[in-house]
Design a protein around this ligand. Sequence first.
Ligand code: NAD
Length: 349
Amino acid sequence: MNLLPSFTSEWFRTRVVFGVGAIDRLAAELDALGLARALLIVTRGRANDLTWLRSRLGNRIVDVCDGAALHVPIERVRAALELADRASPQALLAVGGGSAIGLAKAIALERPWPIVAVPTTYAGSEMTSVWGITEGATKRTGRNAAVAPRVVVYDPALTLPLPADVSAASGMNAIAHAVEAMYAAEASPIALAAADDALRSLSRALPAVVARPDSIDARTLALRGAHAAGVALELAAMGLHHKICHVLGGTFGLPHAPTHAAMLPRVVAFNTPAAPVAMTRIAEALGADDAAIGLAALSRSLGLTSSLRALGFDPTDVDRAAKLITDSPYRNPRAASFEDVRDLLRNAL
Ligand code: NAD
């Protein structure tokens, strides 16, 4: 049986500093690279209290861009580029979730400044060269080595304030990266190992995070899983599930992470007949008998909805979404027709 026929793998140079208290090393990390002037990038809500960061970085923060928002709207990118040009930084310091890191990536596509990322959710964008920008109702995505962060500082203590429900959904977003890496065509051994670690870490950590959001042990294991899931995302091509979520988020405005949680068990059930080896590995990593059932049970136990309707999806949009998803599909273990995707979306309503 030929389980790993061939693979192509590309690495970029990202320095990762992980551990409780790692934030105290951020200034030294910037200094070591000669990055004395950083433009801080955050979402608006988090800009109110930055004393904890300023006290550590002093005058290394030359300006603050608080325009980060879900799915990186192009208008926010244009405004951020103007601000960045005025500030003329040496580095883009993204502190937050996928939105803050995503805006930094959009700037890095246009300007030569390296990204230093301090992730505070489980989205995993900090480990990837994947960028996304939403213009009108269309989200464009791509890969570019220039947007892969130069340094990533993970401090689990920074994730303690992340609310339990946001943590749960964000964790399922990370699990989705690992799941799709497991059945990706030509995934490298490192991608598979990272995906396996991510599934083991997150499936055990997330219930503990939801039960005790202030548990630093649970937060540390969850962030470790998120890091591994980000590595898997970088090293493997994503399939039907990510395509569905990009369209539902980018075109129909559904919330990113909860949409991942609602769709993942359904897409995995659809893909199961076409990827039996991967599904066995996923189930084993989750400690379940079946991958799709295990994911559905995990999502339920975290209190996440399995209903797209509850997330704001309008039943009259099903056909348009199915068409967008199948017009330019991502490579997937099982070919998905318009009718297949329409049925998946209808069932998920
Ligand atoms: P997000 O960055 O919008 O964060 C969710 C919310 O949590 C925000 O309001 C944010 O301000 C808040 N928050 C973040 N950290 C917090 C903390 N520690 N305490 C309290 N509040 C906190 O959402 P996300 O789920 O992290 O990221 C989703 C975005 O990232 C989407 O646009 C998605 O497409 C993108 N993404 C990109 C990649 C990639 O590789 N390019 C990977 C995953 C996700």
